[in-house]
Design a protein around this ligand. Structure first.
Ligand code: TPP
Ligand code: MG
Length: 562
């Protein structure tokens, strides 16, 4: 001990201490001024630090960690440009209701605020605010404990989201005596308190469902996030109500569950008389609950943690505001046998429609065109994944996403991770890395060739940490489709016959090049079994995709032909 004064610590140590005290064990980031020492110290102190090639992917890994664990995922970035690179991930996390904290170092406030041109100058906290659930700045080392605590509360309580925490370089390097420092730390008690719904709201919801002839349950990723899997399944099964999973809720009940109405989606949306939304919002993904996809007379029950979600698109007759775990438990506790009875005619109509659509799909899956199209290639992947319910599936792209969502069945909760609420490209490698790191399980990333490019450099990160990630690049030569041979590059086209499989060899991973169904199935099976980084170049007919995939209705067209 220093004989001249009390024992000291500094801001760097306090940040690591505050994270550890709150059970945070993993940081994803990109090093540089002023946080290099923070990353180094975190690693030395036993946190898992994963260094990325781009902050957006580090942020996406943090976001999906939050989704999978209900604890905020942490992303660490440098000032201004690093911070902004991470912001897309933070905004996407907020939009998708994933808890994460973006921690950035920042430059000297006295210079930034006078706009005197500091190194990486930016008023980061205020820049973050419109895109984050909350944003805080810590200006003194003795406030680090409170700053971290506030960030954790904001990220995971109520509707989860992305939180920005700004740590100035001065704060990080400032010293503080150990006694004051240790008293300044805060261990958060009950960061995501249960929010019990009002008993009257439960009664109203059950009464409305009991009055229905043609009820439907829609499960959103909020329901998956809640980790109330057994109760949700029990509620669905005890009521006998058909259900529709939103894409990231696939697997909450296994996709081959007899009550799944996924293969009769248009029918059930159009004809249901009472719809119960559980952790699903009536946003664009559900056509806002409006005509023509929906009937104008549908009555809604909505189970959601956020009271301001209610009535956002359609009037909600029976809002159940509370956390989903508490709400579903309360619904189950008040459910009397026989109270809710979907009509036989409704169940028959759904069964017939499912049968018809499943047969149509089977024809497409059985086809074996050369070159492969989306359905045929995905049927080969489906075959290889049949006995691997443990595998996480990451999925992004346009056609690759739309076909992937319909063709790849999920059998376990929270195993499907995709473009989500925004339909964003670029989450692929970040989500894959986050899922592999928190679960230790294998991951398959089914990527459009355009989608893959947004985070493709992270294959080095995947190889460096030897993660069990198998990347499938659905290579149709472009955004939606490829260009005809011999034409100048269009706005959507890429290089013809690109060999994505050769990239991963640079870092020690295994590349595969496949042009037919049986080699694709075999490559997926072998690569998953090997448990090592692999990239499969899946050659798809460049004419196979449609512009905008399944959401052409959202793509405005020129009114006048040029
Ligand atoms: C961040 C971001 N940039 C751009 C887009 C627009 N966009 C939608 S899908 C897509 C790529 C589709 O091509 P690909 O991934 O190759 O899928 P394909 O339809 O060819 O299978 C793009 C660029 C987006 N959704 N997100
Ligand atoms: Mg493509």
């Amino acid at each position: 001990m220093d004989m001249d004064g009390p024992a000291m610590t500094d801001g760097f140590h306090l940040v690591v201490d505050a994270l550890k005290l709150n059970g945070i064990d993993t940081i994803y980031g990109v090093a540089g001024i002023p946080i290099t020492d923070l990353a180094r110290l975190a690693q030395a102190e036993g946190l898992r630090y994963l260094g990325f090639r781009h902050e957006q992917s580090a942020g996406n890994a943090a976001a999906i960690t939050g989704y999978l664990t209900q604890k905020p995922g942490i992303c660490l970035t440098v000032s201004a440009p690093g911070f902004l690179n991470g912001m897309v991930a933070l905004a996407n996390a907020t939009t998708n209701c994933f808890p994460m904290i973006l921690i950035s170092g920042s430059s000297d406030r006295s210079i930034v605020d006078l706009e005197q041109g500091d190194y990486e100058e930016l008023d980061q906290m205020n820049a973050a605010k419109p895109f984050a659930k909350a944003a805080f700045r810590v200006n003194k080392p003795e406030d680090i404990g409170v700053g971290v605590a506030r960030a954790i509360h904001a990220a995971v309580s109520g509707r989860p989201g992305g939180v920005y925490l700004d740590l100035t370089a001065v704060t990080l390097s400032a010293t503080l005596d150990l006694d004051t420092a240790s008293k300044s730390l805060v261990k958060v008690a009950d960061p995501a308190p249960a929010q019990i719904p009002a008993p009257e709201s439960i009664k109203l919801a059950l009464d409305l469902l009991a009055s229905a002839q043609r009820p439907l349950i829609i499960l959103g990723k909020g329901a998956a996030y809640a980790q109330a899997d057994a109760d949700i399944r029990s509620f669905v099964e005890k009521t006998g109500i058909p259900y529709l999973p939103m894409s990231m809720a696939k697997g909450l009940l296994p996709d081959d569950h007899p009550q799944s109405a996924a293969a009769a989606r248009s029918l059930v949306l159009g004809k249901a008389d009472v719809v119960m939304l559980i952790g699903a919002r009536l946003n664009w993904l559900l056509a806002h609950g409006k005509r023509p996809s929906w009937s104008g007379t549908t009555k809604f029950v909505q189970v959601d943690i956020s009271p301001t979600e209610i009535d956002s698109n359609r009037p909600i007759v029976a809002p159940v505001v509370g956390d989903i775990k508490s709400a579903v438990a309360a619904l189950l506790a008040s459910l009397k046998p026989g109270l809710i009875q979907p009509s036989a005619a409704w169940l028959d109509a759904i069964a017939a429609n499912k049968h018809k659509n499943t047969e149509r799909m089977a024809v497409r899956l059985d086809a074996d065109p050369n070159p492969m199209n989306f359905s045929s290639a995905l049927s080969a992947v489906r075959e290889a994944l049949k006995d691997r319910p443990d595998v996480y599936v990451v999925n992004e792209g346009a056609n690759t996403l739309d076909f992937g969502r319909n063709i790849i069945d999920m059998f376990e909760p929270r195993k499907r991770l995709d473009s989500g609420t925004w339909g964003i490209m670029g989450i692929g490698m970040g989500y894959a890395i986050g899922a592999a790191v928190v679960s230790g399980k294998p991951v398959i990333a089914i990527e459009g060739d355009s989608a893959f490019g947004f985070s493709g450099m992270e294959i080095e990160t995947i190889c460096r940490y030897r993660l069990p990630i198998v990347i499938l690049v659905f290579n149709n030569g472009g955004i939606y489709h490829g260009d005809p041979v011999g034409t100048a590059p269009s706005p959507t086209g890429f290089v013809h016959d690109a060999r994505y499989d050769t990239l991963i060899g640079a870092f020690g991973g295994v590349g595969y090049h496949v042009t037919d169904k049986s080699s694709l199935s075999k490559a997926v099976t072998d690569a998953l079994r090997a448990g090592k980084p692999a990239l499969i170049n899946v050659v798809i007919d460049p004419t196979a995709g449609t512009e905008s995939g399944h959401i052409q209705n959202l793509n405005p067209k020129m009114a006048l032909a040029k």
